[in-house]
Design a protein around this ligand. Sequence first.
Ligand code: KG4
Ligand code: ZN
Length: 330
Amino acid sequence: MLLLALETSGEVRALMVSSQIQMHAEYGGVVPELAAREHLRNFFPVATAALAEAGVTAAQLDAVAATQGPGLPTALLVGFKAGQAVAFALRKPFVGIHHHEAHLYSPWISGTPPRARFDQFQPNVSLIVSGGHTMLVHVEDELKHRVLGGTIDDAAGECFDKAGKLMGLPYPAGPVIDRLAEKGNPKAYDFPRPLLHDSNDDFSFSGLKTSIRYFLRDHPTLLEHNETLHDLCASVQAAIVEVLVQKTLRAATRLNVRCVTASGGVTCNRALRAELARACERNQFALHLAEQSLCTDNAAMIGILAERKLRHGGITTLYDEEIAPGLQLA
Ligand code: KG4
Ligand code: ZN
């Protein structure tokens, strides 16, 4: 995916997504070399289209930002180096952005046209949940955060995708399971809720995946009937969602914040959205879920965070700094 957004005082002027999901679906996952080539091929046309939609010329930009890490090195390299080159050519500041830190701000972007609502900002516990990451972060203030915990093995989205693969569903299986689960009974089959009762804020999903594998080995015919397939999807989804919701709410309660936010591809999941809403209402927490279109990786969150960094102390990145594929959020 290659993305580009432009914003002025919190307003997203253009947001383009060039998805490669179809191409990677053929291989059952992302192929790094192909991703990099596609990014390169798409960079100029997408950048040109975004500038046209925003109604500005490159010379009118105040700064250029790109994701520095973490992520696939080959994919990061294209966007980051191209961003640095453009900033250098335009003699504008360049801002390298931490992928996960940017996710913390996407739940605050809403409306048409999308705008960052920082006037509503309040300290929160943020759940970042996607195919590559699952983590809880305490966001004490704008640009001030502390990681509480993360997955010690598979991410939640990875668990959806691997469970789906075992069930013979296409990649990425998360949205397919979401759809099939709608008609199923979430209590039909009892799958483990890993680390649910541990007092830390960490997650683990590989054991759940293994238990699904053994369950399917012992009950292969469940996949042959729509009704049992729906029940299976609903039960797997319920196990993942319960862990995510309960651990998020527990962290928020412990830290005495009054707000929960969530972003990342898995936040598109309707059961997760509904259960988070229910739990937050019960506990009188404000809830800010990233809008469906901004749950997945997007340039709006990168641009918004870059704008905050420039505004608060003019934090910029050198033109010759390197990508950081393994960059950890502190
Ligand atoms: O944020 P994202 O687009 O990419 C990264 O992983 O960074 O997240 C993709 C993940 C995939 O694992 C996909 O299966 C999952 O998000 N996903 C969902 C849903 N939509 C996307 N999982 C469950 N239910 C969904 N509706
Ligand atoms: Zn992400």
